[in-house]
Design a protein. Structure first.
Length: 132
């Protein structure tokens, strides 16, 4: 999937960029952003789908104060985005899944922390994730 670009004006703060990303996702009436963590160039989101399932979403972003343009690229966890900076708070919000790409992405994110919660570690072991 490609990038989405829009003119949003110059001098946006990080808070305004965060809200802009949140509003883009919420514009799809099937989705509601439950949590968003913004880092430079990447945002991690916990998104509730209309079926009451919360999944992970990664949004790459580029913003130019000079041109006032923001570019976004969205990747949900089922494509195993190679960005592993999701917070523990976000990861704990995600609903169980059987999707192997999602499980591998979640495991790679959890590996950034000293301790993976026992129930989550057990789920990974059950699905042979991280057992190599």
């Amino acid at each position: 999937m490609g990038w989405l670009g829009n003119y949003v004006g110059s001098d946006l703060s990080l808070k305004e960029i965060k809200n802009y990303i949140k509003n883009i996702v919420n514009d799809d009436k099937n989705n509601t952003v439950k949590y968003i963590s913004l880092k430079f160039g990447v945002a991690y989101l916990a998104v509730e789908h209309k079926e009451d399932k919360i999944y992970g979403l990664v949004a790459l972003w580029k913003y130019s104060k000079k041109t006032g343009e923001i570019d976004l690229k969205f990747m949900d966890e089922t494509v195993h985005p190679y960005y592993y900076g999701a917070t523990a708070k976000l990861l704990k919000m995600l609903h169980p899944t059987d999707n192997i790409n999602s499980l591998e992405w979640r495991y790679a994110c959890w590996r950034n922390f000293k301790k993976i919660p026992e129930d989550i570690e057990a789920d990974f072991k059950k699905n042979n994730i991280g057992q190599q």
